[in-house]
Design a protein around this ligand. Structure first.
Ligand code: C2E
Ligand code: CA
Ligand code: CA
Length: 575
């Protein structure tokens, strides 16, 4: 520190030649007239002396400062531990050195390079001397240089170097975090072509617009950068792997909307590459991996996604393959319902059907629900799907009527999510009033897992709309007896797992009997699903289960076959 050195030199070199008063005067006028900040506090930090520089730099008058503590200059930028550590050091007799940002009287910030020296007498600290240099201008310049170096001048977001620098900083303490760090890079598809078509200026506007919207759409702690001429990188922290799919989905949806430049509406396609940080590499490699994935995705055409990690890539690709399949099937109505006969145990005649969805794809053939139903139920696609489901079932009912001159009851599976959200009410609305009594809504017992009060209310309303309601997968343990009594429904379906085990396990047999008698007591009908053998059918009949369904009678079949099989009722024999 200049002042400190000056003082030391003056003491060492000249003290011998001066009398005591002369020395004190020189010292005092040096301290008074230096541009550096000199402040003396007592051992408790109460300010006893400040020089002119402190007044000039801080904007406070001497009167306002003397008697206070240095807290008067506090900027609020540091946490408590910063000041505690500083205080600990100097009360320990050590010299503190460091740059500190403080606040002026008018609220603006100033930065000083500060040295605090404890002064001791007889081994006890009696005062602290703070000598500091105003480095506000330097700090500002450094910040400007930093900005200039790390900012993309066109768009105002970080540039490639800035991205790498900042991501590296974030990765420093990432080992401790439970979150996942990912880098998503995307590239505007056919940007060269856009350039030719719209010209550079308009394309620059596109880049500006895209980066502005990106910044607006992601959280503040996510980093957005332009990492190439037409490519952007985003660093994100995710708290679960499932969020990766959501993030990618968000990007894809983001670019499904048109970008407006001046009055032109432009549709932009992108490619996406993703890398997931697994420790051990820095930002440069993490970005390079995302870019390698991006290049791979470009070979697949527009709006494709690739992930650097092979296993994750497989999951992501499968997921988006399924989403694509579902979207196509919704659009082109590839969804069909196969009907599985439900047989009365008293007459052994087919009385009704359960509709089970399949995708009938022209190239990929028949695809079963375990491949896609989870995704439908978890995404926004559900509403569209259930609208289609009701539309189709109404058509099926009418086709059946055309052939048999009467309506048959059809059971349809309803997603727990659309029951708990209440969306099911909107879908059900499209069914003509006179047909509702022929539609039995199968609602899985899992629906009671969340907010059962609301679910009970929605089931009530479905009943009032004239639908039949059945609790599917009954006995799997999500509902209590007390709750079941409150729900107004018509049928209980005994879960397949019980039917499967009941012949080998007496306890399971006991449960099945209990469910059947519970149904009787509550005035409900019971169905057993997954009946595969004659023995199972016989036992279920003998304990009073009303309806039987399963491969023993028939697999789910297309509508035409269902009409046929109903007309020519097969003869089932039970002893
Ligand atoms: P679920 O509602 O429990 O349907 C019964 C499943 O068991 C059907 O499988 C059916 O083909 C099968 N099954 C019937 N009898 C037997 C049998 O004797 N043995 C065996 N092992 N299986 C039998 P599927 O058609 O693959 O449907 C699977 C699940 O997909 C359904 O289970 C249901 O949860 C869901 N699902 C099917 N269609 C729809 C739908 O339209 N909407 C919704 N939300 N879910 C559906
Ligand atoms: Ca079912
Ligand atoms: Ca079931």
């Amino acid at each position: 520190m200049d002042t400190l050195i000056a003082l030391q030199e003056s003491i060492a070199g000249q003290v011998n030649n001066l009398n005591e008063i002369g020395f004190k005067n020189i010292l005092l006028s040096t301290v008074e007239n230096t541009y550096d900040w000199v402040m003396i506090t007592d051992k408790n930090g109460i300010i006893e002396y400040v020089n002119d520089a402190v007044v000039t730099i801080s904007g406070f008058s001497r009167k306002e400062i003397i008697g206070k503590t240095p807290r008067i200059f506090k900027s609020g930028l540091y946490d408590k531990s910063f000041y505690e550590n500083l205080w600990k050091k100097i009360t320990n007799g050590e010299i503190y050195k460091g740059a500190v940002t403080n606040k002026r009287k008018d609220g603006s910030y100033f930065q000083v390079d500060n040295t605090i020296v404890p002064v001791a007498q007889n081994g006890k600290i009696i005062k602290f001397v703070s000598i500091a240099k105003d480095i506000t201008k330097e700090a500002y310049l450094e910040e400007e240089v930093f900005k200039f170096k790390y900012t993309d001048l066109l768009t105002g977001v970080l540039n490639r170097e800035g991205f790498i620098e900042n991501v590296n900083k974030q990765l420093e303490d990432f080992y401790k975090s439970k979150e996942t760090a990912i880098v998503v890079v995307f590239d505007i598809y056919g940007f060269a072509m856009l350039n030719e078509r719209y010209g550079f200026e308009k394309c620059n506007e596109i880049l500006k617009k895209v980066s502005k919207e990106l910044v607006g759409n992601f959280y503040r702690k996510d980093l957005v950068a332009r990492v190439g001429s037409d490519s952007f990188g985003i660093f994100l922290r995710l708290d679960s792997d499932e969020n990766l799919l959501k993030v990618i989905d968000k990007f894809l949806n983001f670019f499904k909307r048109p970008v407006f430049v001046d009055k032109d509406k432009l549709l932009i396609d992108i490619n996406i590459g993703v890398s997931v940080w697994d420790g051990g590499i820095g930002a440069t490699d993490l970005l390079a991996r995302a870019e390698a994935a991006l290049n791979l995705s470009k070979t697949e055409g527009a709006n494709c996604v690739r992930v650097y990690n092979e296993k994750i890539n497989k999951n992501v690709m499968e997921y988006f393959d399924k989403v694509g399949l579902i979207e196509e099937s919704l659009e082109k109505e590839f969804f069909v319902f196969h009907l599985q006969p439900i047989v009365s145990s008293a007459t052994l005649k087919i009385e009704s059907f359960e509709a089970l969805v399949r995708i009938n794809h022209p190239e990929r053939g028949l695809i079963y629900p375990d491949f896609f139903i989870n995704i439908i139920e978890k995404t926004k696609l559900l509403e569209k799907f259930e609208l289609l489901l009701f539309k189709k079932i109404v058509e099926y009912l009418q086709t059946v009527h055309l052939h048999l001159n009467k309506y048959l009851k059809i059971s349809v599976n309803i997603s727990a999510n659309s029951v708990s959200s209440g969306k099911i009410l909107e879908c059900a609305d499209i069914v003509p009033l006179n047909l509702r009594q022929f539609i039995n809504l199968e609602i899985t017992e899992r629906v009671f897992l969340k907010d059962s009060g609301k679910v009970i209310d929605i089931i009530d309303r479905l009943k009032k709309l004239n639908f039949m309601v059945e609790i599917d997968d009954f006995g799997t343990g999500y509902s209590s007896l007390g709750m079941i009594e409150q729900v107004s429904f018509d049928i209980l379906k005994i879960d397949i797992s019980f039917v499967r085990k009941m012949l080998e396990d007496e306890k399971v047999m006991g449960i099945v009997k209990t469910i059947v008698s519970l149904g009787k007591n509550l005035g409900l009908q019971t169905i057993a699903e997954g009946v595969e053998t004659k023995e199972q059918a016989e036992i279920l009949k003998s304990i009073g289960c009303d309806f039987l369904q399963g491969y023993f009678f028939s697999k789910p079949i297309p509508l035409e076959n269902a009409i046929d099989i109903f007309k020519n009722q097969p003869h089932f024999h039970l002893s």
